[in-house]
Design a protein around this ligand. Structure first.
Ligand code: TYM
Length: 338
C-alpha cells in the first residue's frame, strides 16, 4: 500500500524562535504547503521535558502563542493548514505510550540529542527527555505522515521513527500500517551555526543571546549581532574549497544564500576576495529585509491572543479528525477493548 502524501512538522515553544528554526524548517514548510497537505504542530508536550518549559505555565502558554504567530507570520496559512498544539490532541500521548513499548532501550541509548541535553548528570534528566524521540515518532505517525521537513539535527530522531514504524508493523501483523516517514532536509542552511562559534549549532538554549538571531529581534539588534559575529582574519573565499576549516565564513555565506534564495556558489563568487565588513553589512540588510515583515506580523497577531487560541482550537479539532480513526485502529491491532 502506498500512503497518501502528508507533511507533519513541529517546533518546541521554549524561548523565541531563531534564524536556524526559520531557515532549517519554517521556510521550507511554507513552500511545502504548495506541494502537499500539511499539518504543523506546536510541540508543547516536548517543551516540558526540560527546564526551559517546565514549571512555568504562563511562560509556556505565551510561548505557544508566539510560535503559532511565527508560523502564520512566516506564511503558513491556518485556513489551509491546521496549526495546533500537541496538548490539545490526546492521541499523540496515547500513541506515544504504545510506542514506548515498541521502542527498545538500546535504540534510545544511541540518541545523541539526549546525551547533549542531559549533559553530565543524566540521572537528573526527566524520563520525558529520554523518551522525547518516541513522542516525536507518535506526532508523525498518528497522522501517518509521510514527509517531515526539519533541520539536520532531527535526522537521527526520524530514523528512530522509521524503526518504530517498521517494528510496530512487523509485531502487530500489519506490514503497511504505518508509512516510513521521510525527512525533508533541504536548502543551504539545514544546520545554521552559532554566530559566536561556527562549530556549534545556533540554539535557543545557548546562554549567549549574541549567538543567535531571534525572529523577534529588531533591525538594530540584528545588525549589531551580525557585525559582532565571529569571523577569521582572511578575506572572503573565492571558491568553496577555500571554505575548508573556516566554519564561521561558511556559516555566514550559507545564511546569505538561504535568505537570498541563491545558489551558494553564486554568493561565493559575488563576495570573493572582499573583506568581511562589507559582506556583513549586506548580510545584515538582507536579514532585516527578510525578518522584519515576519516580526511585524507576529507582533500584530500577538495583539489578539484570543484569535490565536481560536486558530489552535480549530487546528486541533481538524487534526483529531485525522488522528482518531488511526488511533482506533492501533488500539484494535494492539488488542485493547474499546
Ligand atoms: P526544535 O524546536 O528544536 O527546532 C524546530 C526546527 O528547527 C530546526 N532547527 C535548526 N535548523 C537549522 N539550523 C539550526 N541551528 C536549527 N535549530 C533548530 C530543527 O531541526 C527543527 O526542524 N524535536 C523537534 C520538534 C518536534 C518535531 C516533531 C519535528 C517534535 N515532534 C515531529 C518534526 C516532527 C525539535 O526539538 O525541534
Amino acid at each position: 500500500m502506498t500512503h497518501t502524501p502528508l507533511v507533519l512538522s513541529g517546533m518546541q515553544p521554549t524561548n523565541t524562535l531563531h534564524l536556524g528554526n526559520y531557515l532549517g524548517a519554517l521556510k521550507n514548510w511554507v513552500r511545502m504547503q504548495e506541494e502537499m497537505p500539511c499539518l504543523f504542530c506546536v510541540v508543547d508536550m516536548h517543551a516540558i521535558t526540560a527546564d526551559a518549559g517546565y514549571g512555568k505555565p504562563a511562560e509556556l502558554a505565551q510561548s505557544i502563542r508566539e510560535v503559532t504567530a511565527a508560523y502564520i507570520a512566516a506564511g503558513v496559512d491556518p485556513k489551509r493548514t491546521p496549526i495546533f498544539n500537541q496538548g490539545q490532541v490526546p492521541e499523540h500521548a496515547e500513541l506515544a505510550w504504545v510506542f514506548n513499548c515498541v521502542a527498545r532501550l538500546g535504540w534510545l541509548d544511541r540518541m545523541t540529542q539526549f546525551k547533549e541535553k542531559s549533559g553530565k548528570h543524566k540521572e537528573r534528566a526527566s524520563v520525558g527527555l529520554y523518551t522525547y524521540p518516541v513522542l516525536m515518532a507518535a506526532d508523525i505517525l498518528v497522522y501517518r505522515a509521510t514527509h517531515v521537513p526539519v533541520g539536520e539535527d532531527q535526522k537521527q530522531h526520524l530514523e528512530l521513527a522509521r524503526d518504530i514504524a517498521a517494528k510496530f508493523n512487523n509485531d502487530f501483523g500489519a506490514p503497511d500500517f504505518f508509512p516510513q516517514p521521510e525527512p525533508v532536509i533541504t536548502g543551504t542552511a539545514t544546520r545554521v551555526m552559532s554566530l559566536r562559534d561556527g562549530t556549534k549549532k545556533m540554539s535557543k538554549s545557548d546562554e549567549s543571546d549574541a549567538s543567535r538571531i531571534n525572529l523577534t529581534d529588531d533591525a538594530e539588534t540584528i545588525a549589531s549581532k551580525i557585525k559582532r559575529a565571529k569571523t577569521d582574519p582572511l578575506p572572503l573565499p573565492a571558491s568553496k574549497d577555500e571554505l575548508k576549516d573556516r566554519p564561521e565564513a561558511e556559516n555566514l555565506l550559507n545564511i546569505y544564500a538561504a535568505l537570498a534564495e541563491q545558489d551558494r556558489d553564486a554568493v561565493i563568487a559575488q563576495f570573493a576576495g572582499q573583506q568581511f565588513s562589507g559582506f556583513k553589512t549586506a548580510l545584515a540588510d538582507l536579514t532585516v529585509a527578510r525578518l522584519e515583515p515576519i516580526n511585524k506580523e507576529m507582533r500584530r497577531l500577538l495583539g489578539d491572543p484570543g484569535e490565536i487560541d481560536n486558530i489552535l482550537r480549530s487546528g486541533a479539532s481538524r487534526a483529531r479528525a485525522i488522528a482518531t480513526p488511526i488511533m482506533d485502529e492501533v488500539k484494535k491491532r494492539v488488542g485493547f477493548i474499546s
